[in-house]
Design a binder for this molecule. Structure first.
Ligand code: CP3
Length: 344
């Protein structure tokens, strides 16, 4: 397949950076909102035909260079026996892990819970938008761990999870290992069904001290990413808010690292292994501004970086927010595809 996203992630030179956005398949799209009038998020995700339709939607409606599987990171705890509901306010587990004396004993593997995802991937591949690659994903280990302990759908402090982590180090390690084991099998099965790149979404990578993250979560994360790469698929690791901790993500860990908006791409480029590519890092909230203001930032910050750096995938520093003006989302994508990057 000849595609600018695949070329870049495989290390080939291109005339412009490829562009896709985290959380591109969702509420910012009018066609997605129209579907949501008739179906819940779970119905969309669990029906292969609908999941395929939503997966390809941003290719047609926004013009991005790659699609990402329409699913959610929290299906992995379901495969460890936890019951999950997506409410209007967000995802909720029936029995969060801190409510048990022995949470580890609660984890009962049932990989068949993930079958709907593979059915969706088959349909996505069958209905592929011509020449467009599919990105697979799973949740980062700390982020997934945090949600497994959450008992309030609005809580983003993840007190239960962090308290448990400090009080029960050994049990925490067992939960991390169980998550990693399921994630490896899940990721490899996604690869078998045809995903062409793979991203690990560690949204809450900045929740605990950097050294603790690197000690407790990096080794198991590396195992997931290495398993995928050994199966021939390039990897992107997005440990949001890990700060200078991203120095630890060398070529042995991942092919690309996602940069959040707090750190400049230039600083990231200085500290990350030169063999590792970067992805990011436009602040999604800039898309609330007017188009001339957006364009000024693109011209001043992103054009020079993209001229000088081939190993870079244009993306946001976190996911699209549901209330961003869709015309501004499109404006940025059109800009990336039409500006003269001056690459030699
Ligand atoms: O990027 C994509 O468009 C692909 C699909 C995708 C979804 N969730 C669909 C979704 C991906 C990659 C995710 C990842 C995810 N899910 C993360 C990590 C990345 C991030 O954005 O931080 C997290 C923490 C979750 C857990 C989750 N799922 C939350 C907290 C919520 C509710 C809040 C929200 O963001 O909407 C969800 C629901 C969810 N997952 C929706 C979508 C499209 C919204 C469902 C709806 O339309 O009502």
């Amino acid at each position: 397949m000849n595609n600018i996203f695949l070329d870049t992630i495989h290390g080939k030179n291109t005339e412009r950076p490829p562009v896709w956005f985290m959380r591109q398949a969702g509420r910012v799209l009018p066609n997605y909102r129209a579907l949501k009038e008739n179906y819940t998020f779970s119905e969309l995700m669990e029906d292969p035909k609908l999941a395929a339709e939503v997966t390809w939607m941003p290719i047609y409606d926004l013009g991005v260079d790659a699609a990402i599987l329409f699913s959610d990171i929290l299906v992995v705890p379901e495969a460890l026996g936890m019951s999950l509901k997506f409410t209007d306010a967000g995802p909720e587990f029936g029995a969060p892990l801190h409510t048990f004396d022995d949470p580890v004993a609660q984890l009962k593997r049932d990989m068949s819970k993930l079958d709907h995802v593979y059915g969706a991937i088959d349909k996505i591949i069958e209905t592929r938008a011509e020449g467009k690659p599919l990105i697979g994903f799973c949740g980062g280990l700390l982020t997934t761990f945090c949600f497994m302990f959450r008992d309030n759908v609005r809580d983003i402090t993840f007190k239960n999870a962090t308290e448990f982590l400090y009080k029960n180090r050994k049990a925490s390690e067992q939960i991390i290992d169980a998550l990693a084991e399921v994630s490896i099998e899940y990721a490899l099965t996604q690869v078998k069904h045809g995903v062409q790149a793979f991203q690990l979404f560690e949204t809450y990578g900045g929740l605990i001290p950097e050294d603790l993250y690197l000690e407790l979560f990096l080794p198991a994360s590396k195992k997931i990413l290495n398993a995928v790469r050994d199966a021939g698929v390039p990897t992107i690791y997005f440990p949001k808010d890990l700060g200078n901790g991203i120095k630890a993500i060398d070529k042995e860990v991942a092919d690309f690292v996602g940069i959040d908006w707090r750190m400049s791409l230039n600083h990231a480029r200085e500290i990350v292994d030169p063999e590792v590519g970067l992805q990011g890092n436009l602040d999604p909230r800039l898309l609330y501004a007017s188009q001339p203001e957006i364009e000024k930032v693109l011209n001043e910050k992103y054009l020079p970086f993209g001229r000088d750096n081939q190993k870079w995938i244009f993306n946001l520093g976190h996911g699209i927010l549901p209330d961003l003006p869709v015309e501004n989302v499109k404006f940025v994508i059109d800009w990336v595809k039409s500006v003269d990057w001056g690459r030699k």
